[in-house]
Design a protein around this ligand. Structure first.
Ligand code: ZN
Length: 395
């Protein structure tokens, strides 16, 4: 496929772009290359070599061999599958799911005009599901530039999904997700998921009540981010966020027939908060509580991601709404962040089998089990500073 090769190059590091804006398509290219290591030094296919190559700049154990690294070997296996995949598999399926979620909106607005309670509730559910697919799956894929091969369109989709639909700034969203979370997954002070922690909130409030305020908090946080933006970017963001919020408000008044300001705003809040609880849960479940790394002694990419990322099991509802890359293929997503949700699912058997063969972790746990863990160990996981893991000593 003509849209594969540039993701596989190994020339540029994320750090090289530190002082400029991160664009979605730059992210997918740079991320793939981040700390895969130098191919002349980063080798080892056997277990006996693992300790030597665990840490970046790991030294003498790696000199003088030309064997390929584990990451490169896995990459070649995944690349083969990607090359054999059609456009439908690469992007089409996920674009269709997003398109279907937009098609849910007209009936949702119409049903919300009903005076019958059940029909009204059905309208709310349709709008809540549609909003969640667009703002969780859509913004995530858009932030990775996975919706289009063209850089220009990747930019357009990032602004549309993150700003118009998600009420956040595309620049800050892409930067924090691509440049920090993905590039520095579980590295203390960089990508350690600490932005999700609100230590002064009791566990019950954090886990079950505070997430409902996400639709209100998101545009407020976006406003706070604008001081980092140029005047032009800030104006665009304010305009796009306003456009998204006002469009829903206008349609509720003129299509659904809402007449009161407060009931309209309440309906918007309820629809937008419908999946806030699992959204917050999923974001913390898959990284916090797993090994954390020091910025100065970080492991190489394949160790960083296999130790610091966890998959949840398949779940029809969350698979559709959040996307496989955020649920049951999060490990695959962190290893190959430019792949669409459907492609993450397609390469999952290859990745899981490879990691098991190489005796690397392939971490999986159920939603309920993680919820119980976070509830019972809330202080340890969400309040106290996490301990640093030195992988050299682990094996
Ligand atoms: Zn991501």
């Amino acid at each position: 496929m003509q849209n594969v090769p540039k993701e596989w190059r190994e020339e540029q590091s994320v750090g090289g772009a530190r002082d400029k804006d991160v664009k979605p398509w730059e992210g997918r290219e740079a991320l793939f290359q981040n700390n895969t290591g130098n191919s002349k030094q980063d080798m080892s296919t056997g277990k006996e070599k693992k300790n030597g190559e665990m840490m970046n700049g790991g030294g003498k154990g790696m000199e003088g061999t030309d064997k390929e690294s584990l990451m490169m070997e896995l990459t070649r296996l995944v690349q083969k599958t990607v090359k054999e995949s059609s456009w439908w598999e690469l992007r089409g399926i996920d674009i269709t799911i997003l398109a279907l979620s937009f098609l849910l909106l007209p009936p949702a607005f119409l049903l919300l005009g009903s005076s019958q309670a059940l029909v009204f509730v059905l309208g709310m559910v349709l709008m809540g599901v549609s909003h969640a697919v667009i703002t969780i799956k859509g913004t995530h894929l858009a932030s990775h530039g996975s919706l289009s091969e063209s850089p220009t369109w990747a930019d357009v989709w990032a602004v549309f999904f993150i700003e118009v639909c998600g009420s956040f700034t595309a620049r800050a969203g892409v930067t924090s997700h691509i440049k920090m979370h993905h590039a520095h997954t579980n590295v203390i002070g960089l990508g350690d998921s600490s932005t999700w922690k609100i230590p002064y909130l009791p566990r019950g409030v954090y886990l079950f009540i505070a997430p409902l305020a996400v639709p209100v908090i998101t545009p407020l946080v976006a406003l706070g981010q604008l001081k980092e933006h140029s005047m032009g970017q800030a104006l665009r963001t304010v305009l796009m966020v306003f456009l998204g919020l006002y469009a829903q408000y206008w349609l509720l008044i003129h299509v659904s027939g809402f007449q009161c300001l407060y009931s309209t705003l309440l309906c918007m809040l309820l629809c937008r908060a419908m999946f806030s609880l699992p959204y917050i849960h999923v974001n913390i479940f898959q990284h916090i509580g797993l090994p954390m790394f020091s910025p100065t002694r970080r492991p190489k990419r394949i160790y960083q991601m296999t130790h610091g990322v966890l998959n949840l099991p398949r779940n029809p509802l969350l698979d559709w709404i959040f996307g496989h890359s955020l649920i049951n293929c999060h490990v695959e997503h962190h290893l190959f962040p430019f792949l669409s949700d459907n492609m993450c699912l397609k390469v999952k058997p290859i990745v899981s089998q490879y990691l098991k063969e190489k005796e690397l972790p392939y971490q999986e746990d159920s939603y309920l089990s993680r919820l119980q863990l976070f509830f019972h160990k809330y202080q340890e996981l969400m309040v106290f500073a996490p301990p640093i893991t030195e992988l050299v000593g682990v094996q």
